[in-house]
Design a protein around this ligand. Structure first.
Ligand SMILES: *Cc1c(COP(=O)(O)O)cnc(C)c1O
Length: 348
């Protein structure tokens, strides 16, 4: 028997219907534009190979990964021409692969444009930097004749702070409109998840939600319509009774004030349950009882207080409180980090 066939003591419960509902909601909120989907970073940690065919079935036709290496997980489910690689072609091998496969490179610089054209070119997307100073061709470069040689499908820019109400949004929108006047293209795209909530003027023809597909809530007005998608589950490995005065875990940061029952769970910081959950996190019994994390989270293990559910046994499953907005407030991590941290040991 292969080790992959063994039951894992960690799994990521994934709600297929919630993912599909979130995409459908974001597509509706995008008005006349069509919602695409950012599935980079393994579908924000949730499993790109699982997510891609579900989104395709929901009606999504524009998919975004960051690295060329991320295509392997998603191309079995998607037509290559539906997928864009946000980092663009850096190496000759990227260019050759794009030409051969039909996957669209997102051209981010004049250098990338030259590299693409020199190879024979073809359909691509173009990223314009309207204020982030991260990736994309600068506004001042848009008149450069090399760009006229491109066959641009999506003319893309990316908002720096759409989750806030700031004048930056309108400034970027104007620059993106200006770029659309200068560079010939098929379809324009500006909004990420939060940008969708900024209204029609930000939508163009294609929106690019990521975090909200997976249950993240980047703007408060989205909270009522976005459904949670993932929930981490971990098995109880051991149960023990400790006496008053005993300590728990590395560096003895928790001391029992009375005799109590504690449980050790197969979840640790190597799985993305970082040490910032120490003394703060809560796991739940199958009946919903709160089981607070005691002491330090370690690499592979976390210890919880079983006082509220003393009948639990080795092998019982606990679910981890991981509602993204609240978890972000508790830990100081972003909702993006909370999702993408979830490690390889989760059975997805
Ligand atoms: C990651 C990414 C998105 C998705 O952003 P969210 O905030 O997760 O909705 C959209 N566009 C680009 C260029 C990205 O890098």
């Amino acid at each position: 028997m292969h080790p992959d066939c063994l039951q894992a003591p960690l799994r990521l419960d994934f709600d297929d219907d919630a993912l599909i509902a979130n995409w459908t909601t974001l597509d509706r909120l995008s008005g006349a534009a069509r919602a695409g989907a950012a599935i980079k970073a393994n579908g924000y940690g949730t499993g790109a190979a699982h997510v891609a065919p579900l989104l395709l079935r929901a009606g999504c036709r524009d998919f975004f990964v960051a690295h060329w290496g991320e295509l392997a997980d998603v191309l079995p489910a998607l037509e290559p021409g539906m997928v864009s690689v946000l980092h663009g072609p850096l190496f000759e091998s990227d260019v050759a692969y794009a030409r051969h496969s039909g996957v669209k490179p997102v051209i981010n610089s004049l250098e990338q444009a030259r590299r693409w054209i020199a190879s024979g070119g073809g359909r691509c997307d173009l990223m314009v930097d309207t204020g982030m100073n991260r990736l994309g061709v600068a506004m001042e470069q848009l008149g450069n004749e090399v760009l006229q040689g491109l066959d641009v499908d999506l003319l893309i820019s990316h908002l720096v702070a759409a989750e806030e109400d700031t004048p930056l949004n309108e400034r970027q929108r104007q620059r993106w409109r200006e770029a659309c006047q200068i560079v010939a293209h098929q379809r324009a795209s500006l909004a990420n998840s939060a940008g969708i909530a900024l209204g029609e003027a930000y939508h163009g023809q294609v929106t690019r939600p990521g975090i909200a597909l997976y249950g993240g809530v980047p703007r408060a007005e989205m909270a009522p319509v976005i459904r949670p998608v993932v929930r981490p589950q971990a098995a109880l490995l051991q149960v023990r009774d400790i006496a008053a005065g005993e300590t728990v875990g590395y560096n003895a940061t928790f001391t029992a004030s009375t005799a109590m029952r504690v449980g050790t769970v197969a979840l640790g910081y190597a799985d993305g349950y970082l040490r910032c959950w120490s003394g703060k996190g809560v796991l739940r019994s199958p009946g919903g009882c709160a089981l607070p994390v005691l002491g330090r989270v370690s690499m592979d293990l976390t210890i919880v207080d079983l006082s509220a559910a003393p009948d639990l046994l080795e092998g019982d499953w606990l679910s981890v409180d991981y509602a993204l907005e609240e978890a972000a407030r508790t830990t100081g991590l972003s909702q993006y980090e909370l999702l993408t941290l979830l490690g390889r040991r989760f059975r997805r």
